[in-house]
Design a protein around this ligand. Sequence first.
Ligand code: FE2
Length: 256
Amino acid sequence: MYIDREKAGKVFEDFLASYDLNNKDIRMKAVHTRKVAENCDAIAEAEGLDRDLAWLLGLVHDIGRFPQLAQFDTFWDLASLDHAEAGAEMLFGSRKMIGLFTEQEEFYPLIRDAVRWHSAYRLPVEMDQEHRIYADLLRDADKLDIFRVFGDRPPHEIYRCSEEEFLAGKISEGVMTAIRGLSSVSHQLKKSPVDRYAGILSLIFELRFAKSGKMAAEQGYYQRLFTPSFTDPDTVESIREIRNLAESFTGTIENN
Ligand SMILES: [Fe+2]
């Protein structure tokens, strides 16, 4: 596919202009969008995939976040709306915003699938093989930048609890069981702020492309997530275990 990136970038900027750019969460998602598009491009280049298509997926993937923030002032889908579904609807529903970014309609079904499923716990089993490749690529690119975003703010601020409470927290057994199976953690298993933090750490096990593992190691954002000094000895031990698993996992996918 061919994309005029400058033109598509301008469409995105014009879209953003209708939102409150004084809101730091809006600005954060605008930066996130750009970074995910760059990550998509880098993964596609390394894996011999369509770079323009990948870049475009990054650019449009979180378009549903902006109305979500404007209406509900939260990123929590369960308490507001499914931002991925909302994004797919904005792009492909009656507003057909996708036409502003590209007129190459043959790519619409793939773009729609990638946006719709980018934040799901798992991709639907029946997804078309090519759609799956690009959906996986977008999910990898998104996770790499989630590591950056979460490392930028103190965890207790993200999870809206006191620092003491966060650092004294324990990781639930179900969360550790999922992680030992080299899996991310489903929402139902997360019972505390530290569980949610461990859930972010567990996203590393969902990376699918060798380049993504390499990027996680090189970018250094993932390693920065291990800064908190927990006060509970069991938690310290669990975090050490997660770190070891993550290091050997990224080594494994890098050597694919
Ligand atoms: Fe998203």
